[in-house]
Design a protein. Structure first.
Length: 444
């Protein structure tokens, strides 16, 4: 047994600050819990298709051990982890793997990456999708036209390293927030919710039924129909909805090691939402990666005010309704136009224990046939599959899901994650819907 593998007692432990930029983040106890069973490696979708990728055990506990022995640099392979977080759930010893990966990636970008390199510039652009989307959605038709041109795709691939093999997602002609304001904002929602409660004979008040919607970037700029569905479904159960100004949840920033950008975004979100939480609102998200970020990554990585409250009061939208309402009962009486769905549970939904939710909800809904296409990862993992050098890996990971979708009875896909939805559409050509859109059709 080598020195590094000798069991250590608490007493001969020499404390070393591994991540000097984050003094609060001491991951030593978690790292020492690793007993090298390699379960995490066996579930890693990247390691399964990429022989060069050393896997989560190396990225987490082993990098830590190397750092503890000497002042080793972070291994660049941490940038090949897609941040799917499947290794977190797999570890029987509660090693905080994704937290370690996020911290290591942050340190790598901060200390070892050349900020003038093409990789850094590309990753920064992808991680800050919201900034690009804010500009692009001011003139959506023009942006969609330009982004669809072959010359733009070629430029993106050759200059930035963004794959030309994918079609850039189209911006909606009206953002979710524009629709929300035009409809009358929170005042209109309060009125609609009151009317719905009266119709249902529900004697609760708006103080008891109110939620703050975290729409994230994609529902705002690209698929406002998902946000609209959430608002209408919650109002139909008598909930007043508010939509505070917000920033990106930080998901693409964590995945690209842009922790300073993520911290700024988290600070704004924590401040805006924690005030509402104090007033009695819970927070609901339509994207499972956004809810994951607010619930798990914020408190793991940042110690700012409001983060704990936000983590404790955030729910995925359907999860919230299942806890507080008789959603199954409401669907018993409902029906929708006949459709068969091939459902994919995003990795981040699995991490929150939500992977069976859509199937359990819709399997008895009149008009719906739904089939779970299995536990595999879609492979796109947010910005990962948009990187030219990761495209083939992303598609190789997605292959199992594509095959299962094609064998499923349905020819419409369903998922809660916007980038899984892009990958499903890209790999099969299917139309993809969010479960909230089916709920809206059934209940309103
Ligand atoms: S699953 Fe946990 S205990 Fe097993 S090798 Fe991975 S980190 Fe270590
Ligand atoms: S987060 Fe996903 S890609 Fe990264 S090491 Fe864990 S399982 Fe592998």
């Amino acid at each position: 047994m080598s020195d590094a593998e000798q069991p250590r007692s608490e007493d001969d432990f020499e404390p070393v600050q591994v991540f000097p930029e984050a003094e609060e983040m001491d991951l030593r106890p978690g790292a020492d819990n690793c007993y090298k069973c390699t379960t995490c490696d066996s579930v890693c979708p990247v390691a399964e298709v990429d022989d060069e990728f050393p896997g989560p055990k190396f990225q987490g506990p082993e990098q830590w051990r190397l750092k503890r022995k000497g002042d080793e640099d972070i291994d660049p392979s941490v940038m090949s982890c897609s941040n799917c977080m499947r290794c977190d759930n797999a570890c029987p010893s509660s090693v905080p793997l994704s937290q370690m990966h996020n911290a290591a990636r942050g340190e790598y970008v901060e200390a070892q990456m050349d900020t003038l390199s093409r990789e850094y510039v590309r990753n920064r652009v992808l991680a800050n999708y919201r900034t690009m989307a804010e500009l692009g959605s001011k003139v959506p038709r023009l942006t969609n036209f330009v982004m669809g041109l072959g010359v733009t795709k070629l430029f993106n691939e050759k200059v930035l390293g963004i794959t030309s093999k994918r079609d850039f997602p189209e911006f909606a002609e009206q953002t979710f927030r524009e629709w929300w304001e035009e409809r009358g904002g929170a005042a209109a929602s309060k009125k609609r919710a009151r009317e719905a409660r009266a119709e249902r004979g529900d004697d609760t008040t708006s103080d008891e039924k109110r939620v703050a919607y975290f729409h994230g970037c994609y529902s705002n700029y690209n698929t406002p129909e998902v946000g609209k569905a959430l608002v209408r479904v919650f109002e139909s159960f008598g909930y007043e909805v508010v939509v505070p100004r917000q920033r990106c949840s930080g998901t693409p920033m964590f995945a690209n090691g842009m922790l300073k950008d993520a911290e700024r975004a988290a600070g704004v979100n924590a401040e805006r939402f924690s005030g509402l939480i104090e007033e009695g609102y819970d927070v609901v998200a339509s994207c499972t990666s956004c809810s994951m970020s607010l619930r798990q990554e914020y408190p793991e990585l940042f110690s700012m005010d409001g983060v704990e409250d936000l983590s404790n009061h955030t729910y995925e939208a359907m999860e919230y309704l299942r806890i507080h309402e008789d959603l199954e009962g409401a669907l018993e009486e409902a029906s929708v136009s006949d459709r068969s769905y091939a459902y994919h549970a995003p990795c981040h939904a699995r991490n929150q224990g939500l992977d069976r939710q859509a199937v359990e909800l819709f399997r008895d809904l009149d008009g719906v046939t739904i089939e779970d296409v299995g536990p595999s990862c879609s492979g796109i993992s947010g910005t990962y599959g948009w990187k030219a050098e990761k495209y083939d890996t992303s598609m190789a990971i997605g292959e199992e899901m594509f095959e299962h979708m094609e064998h499923a009875a349905g020819e419409v896909g369903m998922t809660e994650c916007p980038t899984c939805s892009m990958q499903m559409e890209h790999g099969t050509g299917y139309e993809i819907r969010h479960p909230l859109q089916v709920l809206e059709e059934a209940l309103t």
